[in-house]
Design a protein around this ligand. Structure first.
Ligand SMILES: Nc1ncnc2c1ncn2[C@@H]1O[C@H](COP(=O)(O)OP(=O)(O)OP(=O)(O)O)[C@@H](O)[C@H]1O
Ligand SMILES: [Mg+2]
Length: 290
């Protein structure tokens, strides 16, 4: 029983460790980050609950991949804290950062497989790079991961011989090869047909629950993402426009969120990347946009 005193015969009394209050697995606290003078995130705070699937959504160029890079420590916040399981990623030394990264699996946006390696070797790659496992154990782990994504039978195929949806599942097996605690998926559904998309989405959900992961999924596919996510964060114009359950976010009255969940092309989130005015580029255009 958690938190109670337990007697061990003859020798000592031991305090069973009570489960620590589950702090969020990832937390941003007032994070500011920009490339050069352009602020991408300005005072962003959110929490990614442990054991859940969290969707990170928002307009293209809004900073979603940047958020993942801050969690992975490839970029450092210019202000605020990026906490990964309670530690500020920006403050970790190289060794601690390496250790933290081993606990993260990443499916990169446009993340391709290594084209000159078989499906098996693609999944084996992180194991061979990061562990001292014998080849016999590597084989067992690779086949288990491929089995989890339904592709144990495809182990000997080359990437050119698998479909786009299968390649994504192989990349998924590779992302979970090291048994991470956190898996970050950047656009896992891009370019998939509706059937493969549904399969990939269900797989992300199932892997999260079966392996006890915490998952962050960046996606533009609103319907499928809302279907599998427990928690949704919408990033817009440098801040958080909404966060909550899919139902809560759908009901949000915020115009930014309304634009997003209803897929409106323009609104508070601008279609155009900031730049000089259209008049400056083309002169005065009759009927041109303001
Ligand atoms: N290495 C970089 N150097 C300079 N600017 C960058 C760099 N990476 C991204 N940016 C800029 O930062 C902004 C946010 O980029 P990011 O890739 O995080 O967006 P995103 O939300 O993932 O977009 P998408 O949905 O299109 O993938 C963009 O305006 C982009 O131009
Ligand atoms: Mg991106």
């Amino acid at each position: 029983m958690p938190g109670c005193l337990k007697e061990r015969p003859g020798f000592f009394i031991e305090m069973d460790t009570a489960p620590s209050p589950p702090h969020p697995f990832v937390e941003f606290r007032d994070v500011k980050f920009g490339y050069g003078a352009r602020a991408i995130l300005d005072g962003v705070s959110f929490a990614v609950p442990r054991g859940k699937v969290t969707a990170l959504m928002g307009a293209s160029g809004g900073g979603k991949t940047t958020v993942l890079r801050l969690i992975g420590g490839q970029q450092k916040a210019q202000r605020g804290e990026v906490l990964f399981d309670g530690s500020d990623v920006g403050g970790l030394d190289a060794g601690a950062l390496y250790a933290a990264r081993r606990r993260m699996g990443m499916l990169f946006q446009f993340g391709a497989l290594f084209t000159d390696m078989s499906v098996f070797d693609n999944v084996a790659f992180p194991l061979r790079e990061h562990t001292q496992l014998s080849e016999a154990l590597v084989r067992d782990v690779v086949l288990m991961k491929l089995d989890a994504v339904g592709l144990r039978g495809a182990r000997d195929l080359m990437p050119s011989e698998v479909s786009g949806g299968m390649a994504r599942r192989v990349a998924l097996a590779r992302a979970i090869a090291l048994d991470p605690d956190l898996v970050m998926y950047d656009e896992p559904f891009a370019g998939l047909d509706p059937i493969s998309l549904g399969t990939a989405a269900r797989l992300i959900r199932q892997l999260n629950d079966a392996l006890g992961l915490t998952s962050i999924i960046v996606s533009h596919d609103l319907e499928e993402t809302f279907r599998i996510a427990d928690h949704v964060i919408i990033l817009a114009n440098g801040g958080i426009a909404a966060q909550g359950t899919p139902a809560e976010v759908r009901e949000s009255a915020d115009p930014l969120v309304h634009q997003f969940v209803n897929a409106l092309p323009d609104g508070p989130v601008h279609f155009h990347y900031p730049g000089v005015s259209i008049e400056d580029d083309f002169g005065n255009v009759e009927g041109g946009r303001s």
